[in-house]
Design a protein around this ligand. Sequence first.
Ligand SMILES: NC(=O)c1ccc[n+]([C@@H]2O[C@H](COP(=O)([O-])OP(=O)(O)OC[C@H]3O[C@@H](n4cnc5c(N)ncnc54)[C@H](OP(=O)(O)O)[C@@H]3O)[C@@H](O)[C@H]2O)c1
Length: 255
Amino acid sequence: MSVPAGPVRVPHILILGGTTEARRLAADLTDRLPGTRVTTSLAGRVAAPRLPAGEVRIGGFGGPDGLAHWLREHAVDALIDATHPFAGTISFNAAQAAATAHVPLLALRRPGWVPGPDDTWHPVASLTEAAEAVRGLGHRVFLTTGRMGLATFAHLTDQWFLVRSVDAPEPPFPPRMQVLLARGPFSLEDERALLRDHRIDVLVTKDSGGAATAPKLEAAREAGVPVVVVRRPPVPPGVPVAETPDQAVAWLLAL
Ligand SMILES: NC(=O)c1ccc[n+]([C@@H]2O[C@H](COP(=O)([O-])OP(=O)(O)OC[C@H]3O[C@@H](n4cnc5c(N)ncnc54)[C@H](OP(=O)(O)O)[C@@H]3O)[C@@H](O)[C@H]2O)c1
């Protein structure tokens, strides 16, 4: 007697996205693991996001409980937190939700930048400390920390800011500022010109890592411009970390 075959369950991977690595991972997984359902979740901060391969959902989950509910409801087999190294809340939510829903979790984090001997870096722990640091370093500030943290610099009235962001910032922001709407990658040649043309005397950046926005650091080194570097928040304790999409695929295959 033959036993009727039941429906075959397709493995489901959820990627928390919003980064180049998350898009690369979604592309790799849809190529290399056909027959696997790959969903990327975006926060919905950017008006016209670059969409990854596979399925996409947009918007918050409603905290760790909401994410745990989503993981169960959509039968997720593995969760990859490929969010930006500075998106601290969602990473902690992911750790909590994965534990609650018993779903294996991996953090995909590109390595941070490392200063060379000719760099003048001022590492700080937060945007608040960065705002303190620029006061002593110069008047013309190139601010590349994103539009969401601009309020932290809004009280600085002596400085002039060149603010680069993907979408237009909303107040509160510094009173003396010019906005440059742009999305990386940026070339070394353009970064050199930008520092020169705007007579920048201090650069502020998060330690985002990656190649797409690194040329500003090289341009600053060449021009002798000091760089205020905001250190990364930690990855939640106990969460394994991959540095590349390839390592993340290897982790999935080993599950
Ligand atoms: N922070 C940066 O410098 C930066 C830079 C480039 C790109 N990004 C990307 O922009 C997104 C938001 O960054 P953030 O710093 O505002 O994050 P965050 O402070 O860690 O998260 C705030 C809230 O946004 C929602 N959220 C964040 N990422 C999400 C995702 N991938 N899918 C669904 N909901 C998400 C969650 O809402 P609920 O609690 O309602 O689930 C979370 O609690 C992230 O996905 C990140 O990868 C951030």
